[in-house]
Design a protein around this ligand. Structure first.
Ligand code: ZN
Ligand code: ZN
Length: 147
């Protein structure tokens, strides 16, 4: 997906955001945490630089411990509770937009699927798209996944 600016927001519209980027890359995460946070089958994560993101409206946040001993800071609309983006203490300067909140979400096509070990059985993954039983372990593996 390419363009100069991408927009999105929460379900009720009190939180709106803009991302300045040449293109967006999405991956789908089938871990139990993403199933819980989305209350659905999987999460769609769109990593962007924090500096490229402008947010209007009031968000609230919640900190979740991760397996690696760090924390994910989960930001959501203070009014309607829609999850908007996540930040990780491990990766300052980066955030992941929750893909379904983008206005152009229909155009997102995940470049990879992670945590397929816990994916719902009816979800059929497309041929040829990289899959990880768990998740990339190193920065270089993440870069490979997102390239
Ligand atoms: Zn809202
Ligand atoms: Zn996940």
């Amino acid at each position: 997906m390419s363009g100069d600016e991408f927009t999105g927001g929460c379900q009720c519209g009190s939180v709106r955001y803009r991302i300045r980027a040449d293109h967006l890359t999405a991956y789908a995460c089938h871990c139990r945490e993403c199933q819980k946070q989305s209350a659905s089958a999987f999460g769609i994560s769109v990593p962007v630089m924090l500096s490229s993101l402008t947010i209007d409206g009031e968000t609230a946040s919640w900190r979740r411990p991760t397996d690696s001993g760090s924390h994910t800071i989960c930001h959501f609309c203070a009014q309607c509770g829609s999850r908007v983006y996540h930040a990780s203490e491990n990766r300052p300067g980066m955030v992941t937009i929750k893909g379904g909140s983008l206005d152009c979400a229909v155009d997102l096509e995940p470049v990879a699927h992670i945590w397929t070990r816990s994916k719902q059985h009816w979800v059929v993954l497309p041929d040829g798209v990289p899959q990880w039983e768990t998740q990339p372990q190193s920065q270089s593996e993440w870069m490979e996944l997102l390239s």
